[in-house]
Ligand binder design. Structure first.
Ligand SMILES: [Zn+2]
Ligand SMILES: [Zn+2]
Length: 430
């Protein structure tokens, strides 16, 4: 049967390439993945999955870091104009993107696979024939490949369903970038009966992995919180009546300096970054409004909490110092990724035993970069006694992720489909 999985992954590969290139040409930012959602939903319905879209995927109040209403509407209209099926698009309007799909096939375990749908606010510089047609938006993290692989694994397991018993669930998660969508999907409750949860990420090959193809599980990605701080003061004529104004400028400047001075934590790595500042209306007016986008990270959920508490206190304190107000909103966040060791071992064993051309690393867990909000889904499953793992699919990428020349070699999708369908089949087989 594993040979059949390998054969089917090879047969599906041209379609995976076509899907990936289509998504790559029409990339969509977080909560705006209207065409991508419609594409995935349509294919899953054709495969006979029960498909959920709309507010059932991400409950309304649980979505973090939503773009402005007007941006959501413009993106929705663009998807319709570019030919996404109207029937699929309707329930998504207003940023209700993402797909949950289920195929129940007799008694047995519940196995799930999650991929992510969104692209990044970058202008592509790859020069590829299928480069982005949306100015300023680019798939530079491989999520186009993840979505194509997930649809491939779904097709393979659906074709082979006579050989397994149980339930297969698929999650096409919106808004992974900025770690905004994971918590909402976890709160849908869709994962609450899942026994085994897999995710996957295409990952630039580094020195410790040598020429291996896969790290069975990631661990220790940084926990993170994204904050938006909005400052409000009082405008006045900067020359005639400066004493009547309350400027947000000195408050924001003091806050930035103090944020970079948060004492380091002895428990492990931490990060703080102020990534965007916007304030004031003109040279001769006391600035009465300002906005700051910042993030903190920590090696553990606890260290991240320490950083977040300090950041919130500094923002409030700096505002108070200047007699202005500061409203802080959480724009995203994720705990640290911790793969379950027994599931990592199973991934390694299935590859070694059944797919000798897919070489896993000798170690079960390796560090991933940055942060990843699949951790919300992993925590949800582990808290109910299930296992979760986040394998890294290693590839020689053209440039680092999140940069304008990023690209990955497409055959990694065949490796991914084979390994993922293989492990899911191993869990579900009769
Ligand atoms: Zn990314
Ligand atoms: Zn990513």
């Amino acid at each position: 049967m594993f040979q059949e999985i390998r054969r089917q992954a090879r047969a599906f590969y041209p379609e995976a390439v076509a899907i990936r290139r289509r998504l790559h040409q029409y990339p969509e930012l977080g909560w705006c993945e209207f065409a991508s959602t419609a594409l995935a939903a349509e294919k899953l319905r054709q495969l006979g999955f029960q498909v959920l879209t709309g507010p059932a995927v991400c409950p309304e109040g649980a979505r973090m870091g939503l773009p402005p209403e007007a941006d959501l509407e413009a993106a929705w209209r663009q998807a319709r104009q570019e030919g996404a099926p109207e029937g699929e698009l309707l329930p998504l309007r207003g940023g209700f993107t993402g797909v949950l799909a289920e195929f129940s096939h007799g008694p047995g375990p519940v196995a799930a696979f999650r991929c992510d749908l969104d692209a990044l606010p970058l202008t592509e510089e790859t020069g590829l024939p299928f480069a982005s047609r949306h100015p300023g938006v680019m798939h530079a993290c491989g999520h186009d490949g993840h979505t194509a692989m997930a649809l491939g694994a779904a097709a393979i397991l659906r074709n082979l369903s006579d050989a397994w018993s149980g339930t297969l669930k698929l999650i096409f998660q919106p808004a992974e970038e900025g770690v905004r969508g994971g918590r909402a999907v976890a709160e849908s409750g869709f994962l609450d009966d899942v026994d085994f949860l897999l995710g996957a990420h295409i990952f630039g090959r580094g020195r410790p992995e040598g020429d291996c193809d896969l790290v069975p599980g990631a661990f220790g990605s940084l926990a993170t919180t994204k904050l938006d701080a909005e400052f409000r003061g009082q405008a006045s004529h900067a020359g005639s009546f400066p004493e009547q104004g309350r400027s947000v400028m000195p408050a924001m400047a003091a806050a930035v300096s103090a944020l970079y001075g948060i004492p380091r934590h002895s428990g492990g790595a931490s990060r703080v970054n102020v990534g965007r500042l916007e304030a004031g209306s003109g040279r001769n007016v006391t600035a009465d409004w300002g906005r700051m986008e910042l993030e903190v990270r920590g090696a553990t959920t606890e260290i991240n909490r320490y950083m977040e508490e300090n950041a919130r206190r500094i923002l409030d304190g700096a505002a108070q110092m200047q007699g202005v107000s500061c409203r802080i909103q959480t724009a995203g966040g994720a705990p640290s990724v911790e793969s379950s060791l027994p599931l990592c071992r199973r991934i390694q064993e299935v590859c070694r035993r059944e797919f000798p051309d897919i070489r896993p690393t000798s170690y079960l867990q390796g560090p991933s970069e940055g942060s990843e909000d699949f951790s919300w889904l992993m925590e949800r499953v582990k808290a109910r006694g299930g296992q979760a793992a986040f394998p890294l699919l290693l590839a020689d990428t053209a440039a680092p992720a999140h940069t304008p020349r990023f690209d990955f070699p497409e055959p990694v999708m065949q490796t991914g489909m084979t390994a993922l369908a293989g492990v899911l089949y191993d869990i579900l087989r009769k």
